[in-house]
Design a binder for this molecule. Structure first.
Ligand SMILES: *Cc1c(COP(=O)(O)O)cnc(C)c1O
Length: 358
């Protein structure tokens, strides 16, 4: 079997043990004579998967009963609209921080639906960063404050979240469950599954229940959080297979331990940043204090060499290192499931590449 080192930003590498279990379960799920993909979402078998997935998320993140844990379709991008639809009342203002491409997309949708104040804007700065807590210009009585926990494209990450009176809303698509966070600090957390949680096909939403009664009565049923809370994310057919894989990933996370995963993530990223900083040949893209532990971004001082770097790395089984098409450069996405040996292989490749081209 030839598994490559997959540095893709999303969909992204999954734990091998999860893929193997899914393979073994594929055509005959636990003696049912059918795949979990073929079984009714109202049946006992799927219900057990769904309930365990919710329970595991609650346990791993320490989610209290004040919050609902939902799986909603349309990915994280649909949440960009859901949030203002449900949480931004008429005449109210929502505060948003602009830290880059993903924050900008969230802002664009919110502006279509209500009043938005940009509390801080460093979205187009290079080197890239997220705002510092003390530069935020917050609105009195804001409906909420939105932050993008980790900018997947630029590789900048909030290390300490702002504390504010308004509920804090965080897009954690690319760093959810990569580190311990205190859920009670947030009004709402959301994440597309396909970076750190499983395959694509849904978003995980953790929302404080009391916030969901702000929604207007006239809002279509499917677009209300309240609908999905009431139905336990089973108002309509959920993406059963995505949630099944997510459940296996949460089992794996529980066996590894979140603190252990976090320590490993920090160590993996530090090794790669050390390799970047250790030579004038490479240059990191993000401001030091904001460097992401999930998406490591850098340039080669001579940018003309980047296509060759990516091509040669690919030929050696180091896949998906091309930076996002909007910014270029090199990006290594090293989520929870990315193995430490892959970092060593990349660092060795970087040294060799520099020796032949430096
Ligand atoms: C990938 C990503 C998204 C978009 O996720 P989709 O599920 O494709 O809509 C949103 N925000 C961040 C930070 C991301 O990394």
């Amino acid at each position: 079997m030839a598994r490559c080192y997959n540095f893709c930003a999303g969909p992204a590498t999954l734990p091998l043990s999860v893929l193997e279990t899914a393979r073994d379960d594929m055509v005959d799920y636990q003696g049912s004579g059918m795949s979990i993909m073929e079984s009714s979402h109202r049946g006992k078998q799927y219900a057990a998967v769904h309930e365990e997935a919710v329970a595991n998320i609650r346990e791993l993140m320490g989610v209290s009963d004040d919050y609902a844990v939902l799986f909603l379709q349309g990915g994280a991008s649909t949440q960009f609209a859901y949030i203002p639809i449900n949480l931004l009342g008429e005449g109210q203002t929502a505060d948003y921080t602009n830290s880059g491409a993903w924050a900008a997309k969230a802002i664009k949708e919110a502006k279509l639906l209500g009043n938005v104040n940009i509390a801080a804007d460093c979205g187009s700065e290079i080197p890239t960063r997220v705002p510092s807590v003390d530069e935020l210009q917050l609105t009195d009585g804001a409906a909420y404050l939105h932050v993008t926990s980790n900018e997947t494209i630029s590789g900048a990450q909030w290390k300490i979240f702002p504390s504010c009176e308004a509920p804090l809303v965080a897009d954690m698509s690319s760093d959810i469950l990569s580190r311990p966070v205190d859920v009670n600090q947030f009004g709402l957390i959301y994440a597309g599954l396909q970076k750190n949680l499983g395959p694509s096909g849904a978003a995980l939403v953790i929302v404080r229940k009391d916030l969901t009664d702000r929604v207007q009565e006239s809002t279509p049923t499917m677009f209300k959080y309240a609908t999905h809370i009431k139905a336990g994310s089973m108002f309509n057919t959920p993406p059963c297979f995505s949630i099944y894989i997510l459940n296996l990933v949460t089992r794996w996370l529980k066996s590894e331990g979140l603190q252990n995963i976090f320590d490993q993530n920090v160590a993996k990223a530090a090794k790669l940043y050390a390799a970047i900083d250790g030579s004038g040949f490479y240059r990191g893209t993000a401001v030091q204090e904001c460097r992401s532990d999930m998406n490591v971004t850098w340039r080669i001082a001579n940018e003309d060499l980047e296509p060759e770097f990516i091509k040669q790395a690919d030929a050696q089984g180091l896949k998906g290192l091309k930076g996002h098409r909007s910014v270029g450069g090199i990006r290594a996405s090293i989520y929870n499931a990315f193995p430490p040996e892959g970092i060593d292989a990349l660092v060795a490749f970087m040294k060799n590449f520099e020796a032949s081209n430096g």
